[in-house]
Design a protein around this ligand. Structure first.
Ligand code: RUB
Length: 411
């Protein structure tokens, strides 16, 4: 039985023929040995030599370790290791982010980044609308989009939800959305909520204000497109899906279904279970790339610094993965959310730029003068950042903003 080496250190990386992954590895083994364990387990090997590695299998399908820099290794998987034509994220993830996390010889391993060759990117369609499409729908070509998450996240009736959305729009917000735990509970049935919210959005439109609200259709895989079609029929202008709990296939099914004609807002609830540990799990960056491939039009990427969620709060390349032109898809609107309030809007814009959706739940619903004033505070903060005026100065002529700064301060 021959033993094979997966080490190809110093050989050029080949992004045209291989899926190139970067892993951060923590181990007591020499790092070359750890790298070989990963490459073997994820491609043609196992923990021992085997008698069934027929001629050519290792040479054509074996992973190659091309680089080791400190604790980061580069592993290339031949494109032939992946399913053909169907754009299967489950199979891709089983290769690049599968068994390796359980290897006992590693204390930790984290998938930091991945790039795909054209033979794989061409299997995916990307967003139907993307950042530009959303801006067009909202007739807002340049300013950051500014939104809210209806709070409390559960408990409001359809009527109260629609009132919230109307007040948020009247206060100047362009976007609102269901929260990740709200889908179709007895206190707020999805049909009644969608219809009531659609009426609120129509009323705002009649008054000259364009706004969309994302209805959360997260549900079991065999029902999600059916539910999305119904929700669209009840008047939804945008859908929301929880990508980690529903799976990438759910985003893809919605984005690729010809009957779904509204943009898809992608929430990432549960990502912190594997993005938060800097030495183990999967970074947000590969997930962002996959969401774009699968067709998400907007994606949560965290606040990039401030805010309540420490998991994935930093950029780590996600902005570029949403907006860069190095892949053959429309761009994704990056969504900054989680503990946002008017006083940190400037900080978010400084980090993210103007092509971003900034949204606040508590930072709107917690305004002492109610939702409309909360929405005004957020939109005024965005206006100030867009105009390049310090928020405290802008607040001198904008009372809702001044009250918000008084309550929460600024960064
Ligand atoms: C925010 C909220 C979102 C989180 C998710 O509410 O409910 O679900 O932002 O985090 P609030 P992330 O504005 O009241 O904090 O966007 O980082 O995935």
């Amino acid at each position: 039985m021959e033993s094979y080496s997966y080490l190809h250190l110093g050989e050029p990386e080949d992004p045209d023929e291989y899926v190139v992954c970067k892993y951060r590895v923590t181990t007591d083994l020499p790092i070359e040995k750890a790298a070989e364990a990963i490459a073997a387990e994820q491609s043609t090997g196992t923990w021992t030599g085997i008698s069934t590695l027929d001629s050519g299998i290792f040479e054509t399908l074996g992973a190659r370790i091309t680089r080791i820099e400190g604790d980061v290794i580069t592993v290339e998987f031949p494109a032939e290791d992946f399913s053909i034509e169907v754009g299967s994220v489950p199979q891709i993830l089983s290769v690049i982010a599968g068994n390796l996390f359980g290897l006992g010889s590693l204390k930790g391993v984290r998938l930091e980044d991945v790039t795909f060759p054209r033979s794989i990117t061409s299997q995916f369609k990307g967003p139907k609308y993307g950042a530009d499409g959303l801006r067009k729908i909202l007739d807002r070509p340049e300013k950051p989009l500014v939104g809210t998450i209806v709070k409390p996240k559960i408990g409001l009736s359809p009527k109260r939800t629609a009132e919230y959305v109307y007040e948020a729009g009247a206060g100047g917000l362009t976007n609102s959305k269901d929260d990740e735990t709200l889908v179709d509970q007895p206190f707020c049935p999805i049909e009644a909520r969608t219809v009531a919210v659609a009426e609120a959005l129509d009323k705002l439109k009649d008054e000259g204000h364009l706004m969309v609200h994302a209805i959360n259709v997260s549900t079991r895989g065999d029902k999600i497109v059916e539910l999305a079609e119904k929700v669209q029929g009840w008047g939804a202008k945008q859908l929301m899906v929880d990508v980690i709990t529903c799976g990438f296939g759910a985003v893809q099914a919605l984005a690729e279904d010809p009957s779904i004609k509204v943009p898809i807002h992608v929430h990432r609830t549960m990502h912190g279970a594997f993005t938060k540990d800097p030495l183990h799990g999967v970074a947000m960056l590969p997930l962002t790339k996959l969401v774009r491939m699968c067709g998400g039009d907007a994606l949560h990427i965290g606040t990039l610094g401030a805010g309540k969620m420490s998991a994935g709060a930093h950029d780590d390349g996600n902005l570029k993965a949403c907006l860069g032109d190095d892949v053959p898809y429309k761009t994704v609107m990056p969504v900054c959310s989680g503990g946002v309030y008017p006083g940190i809007v400037q900080d978010i814009v400084d980090r993210a730029g103007m092509n971003v959706q900034i949204q606040a739940g508590g930072g709107v619903a917690g305004h002492p003068n109610g939702v409309r004033c909360g929405a005004m505070g957020m939109s005024q903060a965005v206006d100030a950042a867009f105009a390049g005026i310090p928020v405290a100065e802008y607040a001198k002529d904008h009372k809702a903003l001044a009250i918000a700064l008084d309550k929460w301060g600024s960064k």
